[in-house]
Design a protein around this ligand. Structure first.
Ligand code: ATP
Length: 308
């Protein structure tokens, strides 16, 4: 039902001159969920986000945000851009109050919320510090607070983890979880799958402007093969003769000089049958590890990306 959706895109395209950056893109984000918007560099994520925000117009298709069209919903959206930048000479709290004012929040309310949020983020001692005196991680937190201070229903974060150290990345993950617990919808773009894997109910994957996947994490992982790692004096022919094995590659030697094999299983196969057969045939399997596919594996398969 439309009312359950925070966002829907229907046949959206974006053309820059002769170049089609986004092609016939349709997807939906349910209210209250966390959705990962995933794709390699240049996939069209930022172009799509800009259209969702009404900062650029689609060349074709329709975008519905919080039940309405275009920029009318802007005050109910929080947006963290990929290119970050704040007024460097302004004090942290003043930047937040100023940006909240643009979203229609009264200065007294914004000031109270900004103070609380800065304190919650461990920046209580820097409330009156100019942005230029803060570390990169601190000023990113100030920018995030600016994007959340008007209590948006839909939060769109473009590559929010880039430039943050592991501790601050973890902090941001818990902020995103808290937003969702409070009923907000979060869409964030990334090409780092681990964040999406920990946070999202659903993901949309894009490559070269086209959607290649939309669904749950479980559905995404099912697109990737399972792997079986073996250690032993084994021949490739022996391994390939096991049920469900699609390919076997010798990857090196263990510390004890025993060959290591990386095996890919046929789609939908688990390692169980192959291992059972290996033991029944008395093959020299000294160690094995069945590996479930990660979202990263699925990303590589679905987007054809070599690096993620
Ligand atoms: N204003 C523009 N004019 C021309 N081409 C553009 C413009 N904006 C983006 N592009 C091109 O559109 C494609 C998609 O870019 P976009 O920034 O949307 O991708 P992205 O998925 O956000 O990439 P990244 O992860 O690298 O930020 C790229 O090939 C980019 O060069």
């Amino acid at each position: 039902m439309a009312s359950e959706l925070a966002l829907s895109l229907d046949g959206v395209s974006k053309t820059y001159g002769d170049f089609q950056a986004v092609r016939d893109l349709s997807f939906e984000v349910k209210k209250g969920t966390i959705c990962g918007f995933l794709g390699p560099n240049g996939a069209g994520k930022t172009s799509t986000v800009r259209m969702i925000l009404g900062l650029s117009q689609p060349s074709a298709g329709k975008i519905t945000v919080l039940g309405g069209q275009g920029s009318r919903a802007l005050d109910r959206i929080g947006f963290l851009p990929e290119e970050r930048g704040l007024y460097r000479k302004m004090k942290a709290i003043d930047v937040i109050v100023f940006l909240a004012g643009l979203k229609g929040v009264k200065a007294s309310v914004a000031r109270r919320r900004a103070k609380e949020m800065l304190e919650a983020q461990g920046l209580g001692a820097f409330i009156n510090s100019p942005i230029q005196s803060l570390s990169k991680g601190m000023s990113q937190k100030v920018q995030l607070i600016s994007c959340l201070v008007h209590e948006p229903e839909l939060v769109i974060l473009d590559e929010p983890f880039s430039g943050l150290d592991p501790v601050n990345q973890q902090g941001l993950e818990s902020i995103i979880r808290d937003l969702s617990k409070c009923g907000a919808t979060v869409l964030f773009s990334t090409h780092v799958m681990q964040h999406a894997e920990r946070l999202c109910q659903n993901v949309v994957m894009l490559t070269k402007g086209r959607k290649v996947f939309e669904g749950s994490l479980k559905q995404a992982r099912a697109a990737a093969p399972r792997y079986l790692e073996l250690e032993g004096q084994l021949s490739q022919a022996d391994i390939l003769a096991l049920p469900g094995i699609k390919s076997a590659t010798e990857t090196g030697l263990s510390e004890d000089g025993v060959p290591l094999w990386h095996c890919e299983l046929e789609a939908g196969q688990s390692a169980h049958e192959a291992l059972k057969a290996a033991f029944l045939r008395n093959l020299d399997v000294r160690r094995f590890e069945a590996r479930e596919p990660s979202l990263h594996d699925a990303f590589i398969v679905l987007t054809g990306a070599e690096h993620a």
